[in-house]
Design a protein around this ligand. Structure first.
Ligand code: NDP
Length: 448
């Protein structure tokens, strides 16, 4: 980072938030990209755009008390970071995972600002969650937790204020419980207050599939335009086995790729014949079991303890779809050594900075999650539209709109990379294209 203004603001963030490592990592990555455009915009410094951009408009932290099935009381910590509303109401998921803390919430909220801007839909950036772990809890315990969480959160959200959705540990079950409690407290059926709802009460068809499908639509554009290639005949690794991973694997397979490895937080499976997704979906969606069960049931497949070694499996395309910093330098180097041609992110910030450098410096195609996983929030935006006009679109209509949005996001990233003199650097393009729109809106709205 050479620009004095970028350096000054980054130093301020570092001094103030020194313990927030994930947040600092996300800010640094974006600032390094802005280096390419900052000289053209002296008005940003005059108007304190960057100082305001790195400071959430509002952060809410609250206690979430709940009782387990044995009547024992537990207290978790809840968060909602309302980061930036320059281009629309705050929008971003809710994560329930023991690793949730303010740094993770702020990094995710910060990334969400640029991601939502790239979708071209009117959505600002936010994120929320709790250090609650839904794993191993009964449905009744999860319900009581969600009700308690919403009993505080409801006063901070609304379709014109802040619209949460799912993320790690928050799927249709949790969104349903939270929506039910919101409705009960407010006595309003306000469908567009939360997205990822069940289909019978205002959810959008194709929302469940959207992040994974969208990732593949984006990746296909990049493969076609930058390498004149496709998924056809390619060997693919998809890390994780949650919502994003499952539907990434499904779409890759439909597009002619062969997914040979997937993981969860305990380990990974390798199936040289291509992972049988029907069995995987049954294990993960119905039985909520560990991924190791797959190897017990499918002859010829293997289970390996520890998820980091998944990157040592030989592949042409890698889709990290689990969590932040899941791929380090060693993982990235293994991909390079095995002849991998592309890494397209499904998770948020799954590659650490060293891994990104290795992937880019070795000429692999690379896209950051804020661009390639934006199909999830884009389809949440489409869910809000359907709720507002009191209509439901068919699966095909939503999927077609999603496809169009992902093509446009690719084009916006590519065009910005060309303008910065680095054609094909999709990370640079995503950060610049996403930021320019937000900065323009912030400038127009004055010092708020
Ligand atoms: P899920 O909870 O459905 O699945 C998460 C998966 O990642 C699980 O397989 C989980 O394994 C694994 N995992 C979680 N934490 C870790 C970790 N620290 N190390 C290794 N594996 C881990 O979440 P989603 O699929 O919804 O989200 C995955 C990623 O995609 C996240 O980064 C999320 O922010 C991002 N994302 C999600 C969107 C969505 O629409 N859902 C939209 C855009 C981005 P285990 O079951 O063992 O915990």
């Amino acid at each position: 980072m050479n620009n004095a203004y970028l350096k000054k603001v980054y130093a301020q963030v570092e001094a103030r938030d020194s313990h927030e490592s994930e947040f600092l990592q996300a800010v640094r990555e974006v600032f390094e990209s802005l280096e390419y455009v900052i000289d053209k915009h002296p008005e940003w410094e005059e108007n304190g755009i960057l100082e305001r951009f790195v400071e959430p408009e509002r952060t809410v932290e609250f206690r979430v008390p709940w009782t387990d099935d044995n009547g024992k009381l537990h207290v978790n910590r809840g968060y909602r970071v309302q980061f930036n509303s320059a281009i629309g109401p705050y929008k971003g998921g809710i994560r329930f995972h023991p690793s949730v803390n303010l740094s993770v919430m702020k990094f995710l909220g910060f990334e969400q600002i640029l991601k939502n801007s790239l979708t071209t839909l009117p959505m600002g950036g936010g994120k929320g969650g709790s250090d609650f772990d839904p794993k191993g809890k009964s449905d009744a315990e999860v319900m009581r937790f969600c009700q308690s969480f919403m009993t505080e959160l409801y006063r901070h959200i609304g379709q014109f204020t802040d619209v949460p959705a799912g993320d790690i540990g928050v799927g249709a079950r949790e969104v349903g419980y939270m929506f039910g409690q919101y409705k009960r407290i407010t006595n309003r059926f306000d469908g567009a207050v939360i997205t990822g709802k069940g289909i019978p009460f205002g959810g959008s068809l194709a929302r469940t599939q959207a992040t994974g499908y969208g990732l593949c639509y984006f990746s296909l554009e990049a493969l076609k335009n930058l390498r004149n290639d496709s998924y056809e005949g390619k060997t693919v690794i998809v890390s994780g086995s949650g919502n994003v991973a499952q539907f990434t694997a499904e779409k890759c397979t439909q597009l002619g790729g062969k997914v040979v490895a997937m993981s969860d937080s305990q380990g990974y499976i390798y199936d040289p014949n291509g992972i049988n997704l029907q069995i995987l979906f049954d294990i993960k969606q119905k039985r909520r079991a560990r991924i190791s069960v797959y190897a017990d049931e499918v002859p010829g497949s293997e289970y390996h303890e520890g998820c980091k070694n998944i990157w040592k499996v030989k592949c042409d395309i890698a889709h990290p779809c689990a969590s932040q910093n899941e791929m380090d330098a060693e993982g990235a180097q293994a991909l390079v050594d095995n002849g991998c041609m592309a890494v397209f992110e499904g998770a948020n910030m799954p590659l650490n900075p060293e891994a990104i450098d290795i992937v880019k410096n070795n000429g692999l195609l690379y896209s950051p999650g804020k661009a390639s996983n934006a199909g999830g929030v884009a389809t949440s935006g489409l869910e809000m539209t359907q709720n507002s006009i009191r209509m439901s679109w068919s699966f095909e209509e939503v999927d077609e709109k999603l496809h169009g949005i992902m093509k446009n996001i690719y084009k916006a990233c590519y065009d910005a990379s060309v303008e910065c003199g680095k054609p094909g650097d999709l990370m640079l393009g995503a950060n610049v294209a996403g930021f320019l729109k937000v900065a323009q809106a912030m400038m127009a709205q004055g010092v708020v």
